[in-house]
Design a protein around this ligand. Sequence first.
Ligand code: M6R
Length: 608
Amino acid sequence: MCGIVGYTGLRQAGPVLLDGLRRLEYRGYDSAGIALVTDDGDLFVEKRAGKVANLEDALAGDPPSAGIGLGHTRWATHGRPSDLNAHPHSDCTGRITVVHNGIVENFRELRGELAAHGHSLKSETDTEVVAHLVEDAYKGDLADAVRAALRRLEGAYALVVMHRDEPERLVGARFNAPLIVGVGDGESFLASDAAAIVAYTKKVIFLADGDVADLLPGKVTITDRDGNAIQRVIDIIPWSAEAAEKGGYPHFMLKEIHEQPTALTSAMAGRVRGETICLEELDPIRERLADIDRVEMIACGTAYFASLVGSSLMQDWLGVSARSTVASEFRYSPPPIDARTLVVAVTQSGETADTIAAARLAGDRGALVVAVTNTVGSAITREAHASVFLQAGPEVAVAATKTFVAQVLTLVLLTAEVSRQLGRRTLEQEHELVKELRLLPAKAARAIELSSVAEEMATRYADAVGFMYIGRAFGYPAALEGALKIKEISYLHAEGYAAGELKHGPISLLDADVPLVAVATRSVVYEKLISNLMEGQARDARVIAVATEGDENIAKLATDVLWVPDTAEPLSPILAVIPLQLFAYHMAVARGRDVDQPRNLAKSVTVE
Ligand code: M6R
């Protein structure tokens, strides 16, 4: 949602903060700002609407000398994007400054109360009340004042507070929004995620909800909101700063698409052994897994589409009822849930508020909750009885790519493992699957190679007024994901539809300006899909087919073909999505869009 970074130590804080904000910009880019306590003892604040580049222009490359500061990049919730609403926000005295990610739900009531007590609030944001609450509570100890202010807040927050008169101290706190502490040598950091600070330290503490972190250079004390001391372990970030850089690619999205063969290899690392699959992460819950009689998957966006593959396989391989529900809807019509229900929460960031809320509800009702996430230490891992990590490395582009394929693969592994444990699949079936899994990274690399035509194709399709994407069975989630990629980064309407439903309405949208994209890889539904493809062709729509290498039939039917290697059907969405990602990427470039930071979006959505 928003990105936060804080620093206290011997370095120049300004460049550390700006570097961190550039790396966090994927979390929001409506405005950016920093505050520093300068070496002269002044509180310096600069903030600008728009991207971090606007802030850098305003600073003219020369922030004042300071060893402490905090920074923020915003995805607007309360208050439109503007210089005034940009963080940091300050109190009446101009000594206390705050950055915040989340929503203070009772901010209207608090605003009224603060105004009645003579406070002057300048912005339209919910965040500003925090600065004034700290001001009221401040008696010479910033951490005490922050804890007192937190006790008044309802809602979600990750925040960092700084006081001009305590020029080495930062206080951070989290509740339902991510915040980590970076432990350095003679220096300390706070950040929304590790990408902001991994260039300086790999040692981090994942704060838990309710934690308050009190930072001095090289010293970190953690308490709860009542001041009781808490011990937290230090984790080591397993990737380097370079992993979160473009590495010569023009965009993160293109880099991450090309990283997919590696991401698939990593997702299998330690889990595909010899001829079998083994997810040790499930060991603590084996007994409960043995009893499950239903599976519910919850997720949002791309993760939801990946979960459709997972639930379909769970139903098929486990022989129990399984379904996927968009997390934001799950709570409004929750299914019957009990101790025999396995709930799988799929989320790249592990911070998506809707998915966390749904997982919490399921856990409260006694379900066995498993998280499938890319982010170690994220909030979803605290809601789950077991977590299976994607091991895909950091994904920076707002449009998910490598984490989709890693999610599908991880769900296949999870399903294979559980179905074997329950005795629903034979070892021979598992050996067959493992053979295909081992070939998958090379096939993904081949799919990327075969998709080189997507760039030229995009120039021919850039004038389309919209797209219809269709697929059946395992091709359906790939179609949904392909359409979402077009929407997100090209700003063109693209509808993902179950191919069989085309004739029940959306076929009326097809004409020469609305191409049909059909996921028509080899499968048991191939012939039916071809009929749907021809229905589009008969309405003058240009047809792009994603097809299996060697399918001579389809080249005669489609205007353009995006080829992928053959694979086992449950793995087919992993390969089919690759040309669709590349097509969407090149469409966005051809249409001059901001590929990595599309308008109105943020990478992780920590509000409901
Ligand atoms: O972090 P999550 O996987 O929970 O995020 C869910 C969605 O917000 C995310 O997949 C979104 O749809 C992406 N921008 C898709 O490219």
